[in-house]
Design a protein around this ligand. Structure first.
Ligand SMILES: Cc1cc2nc3c(=O)[nH]c(=O)nc-3n(C[C@H](O)[C@H](O)[C@H](O)COP(=O)(O)O)c2cc1C
Length: 298
């Protein structure tokens, strides 16, 4: 039975840690890799250290989860040690990066390559930080320039993580065509009101919604883009169990990432997903997980 997948690099199973959850610290990344994840994506790292927003930065009301962390991170020059420790998990570590233009993205991508990352994931889609993320992602010319520039500067695969918040995701995906894979989706811009205090819950007012509630949106984007383009896709958004993961794979994903569910189930979710995948494949007489990618496409 084969559960290895190819996303420009080979990973031993299709389950990856998503950017932003327990992955600013080398030791927690290493632990998650040892708990069965096929690969881990780091927290998005920028040029300089950022403190992020004042609390409250998280609103949790299952199945809805909204965060406005504000891209807090230690800055690329301070991240070498964390990658070094994470790599002791002996599985691929993918460096997620953000910047304001092609030059910043390329600089950080080169550093990630030097530090030993197996690939970089361009965060073109954070919905709650001005000047970065979604604002970058909603400009197809800028996306195109960033992706092409980073591709020309490094020798490891480049993934583009796209925003479900733009008006035309197909245009955005086409602008990122040179990427080795597209990562779909980042969080969806959202907010919540505290009705007792009569004000928004989050200090930043707006945040990004993740968790089970966004899965149908993620599935739709994976399906729609896979139909339109012959690109490798990594699916992310609301995956909590093996059926959710299979749904993404049938819609066209080659691998999937898990984020919010880790708050709910802990890092052991990766072992469970691997065991449940084997059971699913055995019960359904599937020898190779790659046979399932895109089978639901019509
Ligand atoms: C607390 C938190 C922080 C996040 N930080 C990042 C980040 O730094 N970079 C990024 O590309 N995505 C970030 N994300 C988005 C996740 O990687 C993922 O795309 C999204 O949460 C949907 O997947 P999920 O429903 O499995 O969490 C973050 C999500 C959460 C919940």
């Amino acid at each position: 039975m084969n559960i290895e997948v190819d996303i420009g690099i080979k990973i031993s199973n299709p389950f990856m840690l998503a950017s932003g959850i327990l992955d600013e610290n080398g030791y927690t990344i290493k632990k998650i890799l040892e708990s069965g994840a096929g690969a881990a994506v780091t927290k998005s790292i920028g040029m300089e250290e950022r403190r992020g927003y004042e609390p409250p930065v998280i609103y949790e009301n299952d199945p809805v989860f909204i965060n406005a962390i504000g891209l807090s991170n230690p800055g690329i020059e301070n991240f070498f040690e964390e990658i070094k420790i994470a790599l002791m998990g002996k599985k691929p570590v993918i460096g997620s990066i953000f910047g304001k233009d092609a030059e910043e993205f390329s600089y950080i991508a080169r550093k990630m390559e030097q530090y030993g990352a197996s690939a970089v994931e361009l965060n073109l889609s954070c919905p709650h930080v001005n000047g970065y993320g979604m604002e970058v992602g909603s400009d197809p010319n800028l996306v195109n320039e960033i992706v092409n520039e980073v591709k020309s500067k490094i020798n490891i695969p480049v993934y583009s993580k796209l925003s479900p918040n733009t008006s035309d995701i197909i245009e955005e995906a086409k602008a990122a065509e040179k990427s080795d894979a597209l990562v779909l989706i980042n969080t969806i811009k959202a907010m919540a009101i505290d009705i007792k205090a009569k004000k928004p819950v989050l200090s930043n007012i707006y945040g990004g919604m993740s968790g089970k509630a966004i899965k149908p949106v993620g599935i739709r984007y994976v399906y729609e883009i896979k139909k339109e383009m012959n690109k490798k896709i990594i699916g992310v958004g609301g995956i909590e169990n093996i059926n959710d993961a299979i749904e993404y794979i049938m819609a066209g994903a080659s691998a999937v990432q898990i984020g919010t569910a880790i708050y709910k189930y802990g890092k052991n979710i990766f072992n469970k997903l691997n065991n449940d995948l084997i059971s699913y494949m055995t019960a359904n007489h599937i020898d190779n997980i790659n046979e399932l990618t895109g089978v639901a496409l019509k």
